[in-house]
Design a protein. Structure first.
Length: 269
């Protein structure tokens, strides 16, 4: 059982939902990421999504686009991302880490080299936004061979055939993009999420996490009622971008602890 699967199984046994924060590697300071990841885990994050900076993050809204630009300006690329994971793993062998990014940096690095190095660094899953499931069965097989979970996006516009394609090769969890648009945009319709998640689960035999548009504890709690996990990215990145270096980890911890408390209300552990 992968570290991600074990985490979701333990949460399910406790009647709890997964909290998955996203941060961009190297933002807002080049050296802060391992410390930031540790703070997120200590505050109640169950899985950490770590963004790989890219010059054209087409699925991301302005907040994460700017985070990518800031990180790239500091020289952050895949080698630095993997180094951050290795540093985090020195103090944390439990919390799963998922790399989230785009095909270009992976292909420039070399796909087989990337998979091998990610596994050795302590990565647990990989989500490549612009790798559709129909076109990356070989990549998914390569990941699974290295004990990494291939994770995929589904959206409100996803067809049943796309859900089935994801269901055939996904492991770990599926990330449901709850809005039509980019990260951090629009108003989240929790009723629409509640309608969509069972449709996804009819074709996908892994937990379903929901992200895009979750900005506070109340929204997170509403989404958690109808999903297996809550993913929070843009709002967290937005909070961190204004912090001085010594306040980045405490600010992240305070925000995530608030969300964790809301998700756990009424749960006896």
């Amino acid at each position: 059982m992968s570290r991600i699967a074990a985490t979701f199984a333990a949460l399910k046994a406790q009647g709890r939902k997964a909290l998955i924060p996203y941060v961009t590697t190297g933002d807002p300071y080049a050296d802060v990421t391992p410390e930031l990841m540790a703070a997120l885990a200590d505050a109640g994050a169950d899985v950490i999504e770590l963004g790989v900076p890219f010059s054209d993050p087409m699925a991301d809204g302005p907040v994460i686009q700017q985070a990518s630009e800031r990180a790239l300006a500091k020289g952050i690329g895949l080698p630095q991302v993997l180094a951050a994971v290795r540093a985090f793993r020195e103090g944390n062998a439990k919390t799963p880490v998922v790399l989230m990014g785009y095909a270009n940096p992976v292909e420039r690095y070399g796909v087989e080299r990337f998979v091998a190095d990610a596994g050795q660094a302590g990565v647990d899953g990989v989500l490549i936004v612009d790798y559709p499931p129909e076109e990356c069965e070989a990549f998914a097989a390569l990941l699974r061979k290295a004990d990494l979970d291939p994770i995929f996006l589904l959206a409100p516009t996803s067809t049943e055939s796309r859900m089935k394609a994801v269901g055939r090769i996904a492991s770990g969890y599926v990330y449901y993009v709850s809005l039509k648009g980019v990260t951090g945009a629009g108003h989240l319709d929790t009723a629409a999420v509640a309608d969509m998640v069972p449709r996804i689960k009819a074709h996908v035999n892994v937990p379903v996490g929901v992200g895009f548009g979750i900005r506070d504890a109340a929204t997170a709690k509403a989404v958690a009622r109808v999903s297996d996990a809550v993913v929070i990215g843009s709002r967290l990145v937005q909070i961190l971008q204004t912090q001085p270096r010594d306040q980045v980890a405490p600010a992240a911890a305070a925000f995530i602890a608030e969300i964790r408390a809301a998700l756990d209300e009424g749960v006896s552990t």
